[in-house]
Ligand binder design. Structure first.
Ligand SMILES: Cc1cc2nc3c(=O)[nH]c(=O)nc-3n(C[C@H](O)[C@H](O)[C@H](O)COP(=O)(O)OP(=O)(O)OC[C@H]3O[C@@H](n4cnc5c(N)ncnc54)[C@H](O)[C@@H]3O)c2cc1C
Length: 282
């Protein structure tokens, strides 16, 4: 099966866009949902897995300098609407959290490549943890629209952190939830679960985002399922987001050739099999 991730080299058309904040609310104690009104053409061109660089406002408490990368959580339902789901962690996202409905803000994008979701797939499996669900939610919607069966393994600290509704919406899915709070998210237990779910040979692709531990687990498991496509969206610290500054390079092994690739421009979606886990420098 082709292991090349969905591809959209569109930096030539990337620009800064002024948007209006249409909706902005807390989803739980740590995550906020942000809906912006942008140009309809821009939003229509945005694909699952792509991201935007968000210009966070300068406030009294926070003076974020760099733009912050955020995956597109969703588009629509009205033309030009673009949605983000983000964890309020540090300087940039705290400043972002202060935006009020009606404010304007700048976003740059869409950036990066896309997941491969083929309408002929019979079933896909998504392994998601934390804010990785924001990145993978568009895959759920695309698969559901194409009639592809969805199996989701959702991992979280506790049931309160899960955000099942935010991830799956109304999409029909077989869902397995695992938690740190009861030990069910332990790597060996998740690995057994995933192996069991793949065992019947009916899964065409596996996707993940949000946890290096789960990524490495999948890489190990996929060695025993060579026909299953595996893709991951990497979340690497980055500055420009357009492939110029090289601050987000990571080492990959593409068909036996070791290469440093830019997560922002060559990714953020990569074949799980190509990721090099532990790198010893010097
Ligand atoms: C392609 C891409 C898509 C992303 N999509 C989302 C998303 O949909 N929702 C979401 O909540 N977050 C997402 N992130 C992570 C998000 O960009 C960071 O959480 C954010 O930049 C933190 O900014 P800050 O100033 O609030 O925090 P900082 O003060 O800069 O950092 C706070 C914490 O976030 C971590 N962090 C900072 N930058 C990154 C980064 N680029 N990647 C991973 N961890 C980082 C730091 O290690 C620290 O633990 C994405 C990152 C990338 C690269």
């Amino acid at each position: 099966m082709n292991q090349v991730c969905g591809f959209q080299r569109n930096a030539e058309s990337v620009a800064s866009h002024t948007c209006r904040v249409q909706e902005h609310r807390w989803v739980n104690a740590r995550y906020k949902y942000l809906k912006l009104q942008a140009e309809a053409d821009l939003v229509a061109a945005t694909r699952p897995g792509q991201f935007y660089q968000l210009k966070c406002p300068v406030t009294e408490a926070s003076q974020p300098f760099l733009l912050r990368p955020m995956s597109v959580y969703g588009t629509g339902p009205a033309p030009g609407e673009i949605q983000f789901l983000y964890n309020v962690t540090g300087t940039g996202t705290q400043a972002l959290a202060s935006l009020a409905v009606g404010d304007s803000m700048q976003i740059v994008g869409p950036l990066g490549n896309t997941f491969t979701v083929k309408p002929e797939f019979r079933r896909i499996l998504l392994l998601v943890r934390g804010v990785g669900l924001a990145t993978l939610a568009p895959v759920v919607r695309e698969a559901a629209q194409a009639g592809v069966a969805i199996v989701a393994v959702m991992s979280a600290r506790s049931p309160e952190d899960l955000m099942r509704g935010e991830f799956l919406g109304t999409a029909p899915a077989e869902v397995h939830c695992v938690y740190d709070s009861d030990g069910s998210s332990e790597v060996s237990r998740v690995e057994s679960l995933i192996r069991g779910l793949l065992a019947d040979g009916g899964t065409d692709a596996v996707y993940t985002c949000g946890s290096q531990r789960l990524l490495m687990l999948l890489q190990r498991v996929l060695q025993d399922f060579p026909d299953v496509l595996g893709e991951v969206a990497m979340e690497q610290h980055m500055a420009c987001g357009m492939g110029v500054c090289l601050s987000c390079v990571r080492l990959f092994d593409v068909a036996g050739s070791k290469q440093f690739l830019r997560v922002c421009r060559d990714g953020p979606v990569f074949a799980i099999r190509d990721v090099v886990g532990e790198v010893q420098y010097g």
